[in-house]
Write a protein that binds this ligand. Structure first.
Ligand code: BES
Ligand code: MG
Ligand code: ZN
Length: 493
């Protein structure tokens, strides 16, 4: 999909389909705009009030004369004073879905002047592209979804070049994440996840390292490897690195939970625990690898970025870890595993120790970590835990500008007593109440306390059952846009 600016008069535009975002008070303006543009739209339509469209609604007008433009999709944007970027994303997504099946180019007119040019172009570009994404890889006859391959943003005066250059790599990063999450566990094994990561590294000039089970054993990663024991598939520890070609001012490690399937282990997922969905338990790693894809092309200055994933499956066989087992992580801490279904934190423990050893300035992990976070915040908001206010603000600001929901949650120190073990240094789960907080407190034990660290629980946001905003049913690719935003601005703050 090619997105470009059309800065001339609408009269000379030669496409067939036009999407127009209209503010509540703009009904008359729209009428003027259409009249000035030489449309001989059925007069009845113009004279009536039909072209006023409520916020969040859409109306399709078919043009009856011989004019080039055949279809106008009117998007209701609501009150001017309340208009924000998310309204634009949602409206454009709705209009884009209504354009599926068209192959001609499409034009978009919205109140550009209400926003900063780069921000609005990014929001519109990402929305058009991501809201029409469809994963057809597993169909026997993957007919390409028809969608206009050319999108022109009409009436923008100055060309926001930076944003135009960023839309494609960011969207492709999100699509990588969606495809990784959408791929089932018999297709996306830990080894295949590693292969995909290496492919991205090779294509975009990142360096890479894949550690085998033996390598991880030598590093003392007893916590991570315990989880992998019950699977016939070998674990793969993935580490990609982006190095800028100028002076490194900041070093950031992104860590992603990479369970290509989580059966729960001997604490098997039963009842309503949605075992059939647990292919998406590598959503954190998908966000991290999708971000690597985008960063590989965007090549931000001044920041070295590491992408770390301890990938494996949580399965059951005669070698699987038992409830009650005691293991030792690579920082020497011993863990009593009182629940094998709290496996993500066990894999992250060793990944966070590894990340700390890289001596970065910042560590951020993303994980589909707890059902408790889904209960607390639902499907549209991820949980954010960090003791560092500056990092919290940096992440919140990035998330806000991309429209990805996030909410800072408490690192309640007193809850740590819930993780006390009689035999080991700590146990891997605490009481059911506040379960996403004890999960974060558990992770904290494996991060060097001098390194600013944030944990993002994406259990609710990584998957959706309905088309919502620029998300389509299935994997959302949550996290990529926020991480990229943070990284490309990371040496400015
Ligand atoms: N992968 C799950 C968390 C999850 C649950 C993700 C629902 C997406 C949707 C994780 O490994 C898990 O099973 N967590 C347990 C922890 C509990 C045993 C303390 C949970 O949340 O139930
Ligand atoms: Mg689990
Ligand atoms: Zn899990």
């Amino acid at each position: 999909m090619q997105i470009s600016i059309y800065s001339q008069d609408l009269k000379t535009w030669d496409g067939k389909t036009l999407m127009i975002g209209v503010l509540d008070q703009e009904g008359e303006n729209l009428k003027n705009l259409l009249e000035q543009s030489n449309f001989q739209i059925n007069k009845k339509v113009l004279d009536g009030k039909d072209f006023k469209v409520k916020k969040g609604a859409l109306k399709k007008l078919q043009i009856v004369d011989s004019h080039e433009i055949k279809t106008i999709i009117i998007l209701g944007l609501g009150e001017k004073d309340e208009l924000n970027l998310d309204d634009i994303r949602n409206a454009v997504a709705m209009g884009s879905r209504a354009s599926i099946g068209l192959t001609e180019k499409i034009g978009i007119i919205i109140p550009w002047e209400s926003f900063e040019a780069n921000a609005i172009v990014k929001a519109v570009g990402e929305s058009v592209r991501l809201s029409t994404f469809k994963d057809l890889r597993f169909k026997s006859d993957p007919k390409k979804q028809k969608f206009p391959q050319k999108v022109e943003l009409i009436g923008l005066v100055n060309e926001p070049k930076e944003a135009l250059d960023q839309v494609k790599p960011i969207c492709e990063g999100v699509e990588v994440a969606r495809e990784l999450v959408g791929a089932p566990a018999n297709n996306l094994t830990p080894e295949e996840l590693a292969n995909q990561a290496v492919l991205i590294a090779k294509n975009f000039g990142l360096s890479y390292k894949i550690l085998s089970q033996k390598d991880c054993d030598q590093l003392g990663m007893g916590s991570y490897l315990a989880v992998a024991k019950g699977s016939d598939l070998p674990p793969k520890f993935i580490h990609l690195t982006y190095s800028p070609n100028d002076e490194i001012k900041r070093k950031i490690v992104l860590v992603g939970k990479g369970l290509t399937f989580d059966s729960g282990g001997y604490n098997l997922k039963v009842g309503a625990s949605q075992i059939e969905k647990m292919k998406y338990d590598m959503g954190g790693s998908a966000a991290v690898i999708g971000t690597a894809r985008a960063i590989g092309e965007l090549k931000p200055k001044g920041v070295e970025i590491h992408f770390v994933v301890a990938a494996c499956e949580n399965m059951i066989n005669g070698s699987a870890f038992h409830p009650g087992d005691i293991v030792k992580a690579s920082n020497g801490k011993t863990i009593e595993i009182n629940n094998t279904d709290a496996e993500g934190r066990l894999t992250l423990a060793d990944a966070l120790v590894y990340a700390s050893k890289l001596r970065p300035d910042t560590i951020i992990d993303l994980a589909t970590l707890t059902g408790a976070c889904v209960i607390a915040l639902g499907e549209e908001i991820a949980g954010l835990w960090t003791e560092n206010d500056q990092l919290a603000n940096e992440i919140k600001k990035s998330a806000e500008s991309t429209g990805e929901g996030i909410w800072r949650m408490p690192m309640q120190k007193s809850y740590k007593s819930g993780l006390k073990s009689q035999l080991a240094d700590l146990q891997n789960t605490g009481p059911r109440a506040g379960g996403s907080i004890t999960a974060a407190l558990f992770l904290k034990e494996f991060v060097d306390s001098n390194i600013p660290w944030a944990h993002i629980d994406i259990a609710g946001t990584c998957w959706t059952e309905k088309n919502r905003g620029l998300n389509t049913i299935g994997a959302t690719g949550y996290g990529v846009r926020t991480l990229v935003e943070l990284l490309i601005n990371s040496n400015k703050s």
